[in-house]
Write a protein that binds this ligand. Structure first.
Ligand code: APR
Length: 238
């Protein structure tokens, strides 16, 4: 459904680790990234957690501490400005588990891979705010089982909010992917959903992603520069 004016169009944005890189948060697949330091099967799978929960808690405790002191950069702040000033709906879907979008003023962010700030009981499904340091055997506040884990989505697990995300993509008139390598599904295929919905698609990334050819438009450069410029352009009076 076309909005009343071209500026009432619905914008759906997918972000990845690259939008938080300039806030000091490590990315996964850049040189020296997190997957160069750790094996995914050891720290980001249910099997890895069952095998060595202390190693997994250590991995997420370090990232939770880094995220707790990290500050949002101009890209996070520009997306919050877009949400405030754009006449149509702006939905932010993130693969990131940090809270930098929220610290930058964004609202209603859909964390499809969960959040470092959350703890989850592997037995009863209870969720509660995670302490900065989670320890092995931490009891669940509801069922008291020694089954607390970080509330993040590991490989082999179903990402969160997928039904809502596909509904947003089906109604998108502009879709942007920011700071993601396009190597992990289902997020890497969101651009195809947006194209099928007739949206204009743009990739804002430091280098072309694995799915750059699916986008109508590409803007290369650091997010702290490309995202504010893109938002400025969108909000400029026609
Ligand atoms: N500005 C913009 N883009 C950047 C910047 C920057 N300053 N720095 C890096 N990038 C880009 C890189 O070029 C790369 O394309 O960000 C992307 C980061 O890619 P990944 O490290 O693969 O991170 P991401 O795409 O978010 O990974 C997706 O994989 O391991 C899982 O769950 C994890 O959510 C993660 C998912």
């Amino acid at each position: 459904m076309q909005g009343s004016s071209p500026k009432a169009r619905k914008i759906v944005i997918l972000t990845g680790a690259g939008i938080s890189a300039e806030s000091g948060m490590g990315t996964f697949r850049d040189a020296g990234g997190l997957w160069a330091q750790h094996r995914i099967e050891d720290v980001a799978t249910p099997e890895g957690f069952a095998r060595d929960p202390a190693l997994v808690h250590g991995f997420y405790n370090a990232r939770r501490s880094a995220a707790a002191t990290a500050r949002p950069n101009a890209a996070h702040q520009a997306l919050a400005r877009l949400q405030r000033d754009w006449p149509g709906e702006v939905v932010i879907v993130t693969q990131n588990v940090d809270a930098l979008h929220e610290k930058g003023g964004a609202e209603g962010v859909l964390h499809m891979h969960g959040e470092l700030a959350g703890a989850l009981c592997g037995a009863c499904g209870h969720r509660w705010p995670a302490p900065l340091e989670m320890r092995v055997g931490e009891p669940c506040p509801r069922c008291a089982g020694p089954t607390a884990r970080p509330d993040v989505v590991w490989f082999g697990e179903m990402p969160y909010h997928m039904e809502a995300i596909y509904d947003h993509l089906a109604a998108a008139e502009i879709f942007a992917a920011i700071g993601t390598s396009g190597q992990v599904y289902p997020a890497a295929a969101f651009v195809q959903e947006a194209v099928a919905a007739g949206a204009h698609t743009v990739e804002l990334n430091l280098e072309p992603s694995a799915v750059v050819s699916d986008f109508h438009e590409t803007r290369l450069g650091p997010a702290s520069r490309t995202v504010p410029a893109w938002v400025e352009e969108l909000l400029a009076p026609r």
